[in-house]
Design a protein. Sequence first.
Length: 82
Amino acid sequence: MSETVGEVELEEGVLVIRRIHVVLKLKGSEADHETARRVHGFFADRCPVYRTLKSAIEITTELSLEPETEDLTLGDQGQSGG
């Protein structure tokens, strides 16, 4: 999952995107976190969209790493009929 924020400025009466900041939200084991940190260091230069836009828009990213947890699905448990 990710969260993205763009900053727009008015230039000669036209709205122009100047900056985009993306927070990459990842859940996984500590080993997965190490891999994510390593890949985060170079992935942008291998991304066609980033390479296309980087000269016109400042694009930044950050990682938000969380431990992996089990998601519980209750289904019909805990629900009362009525």
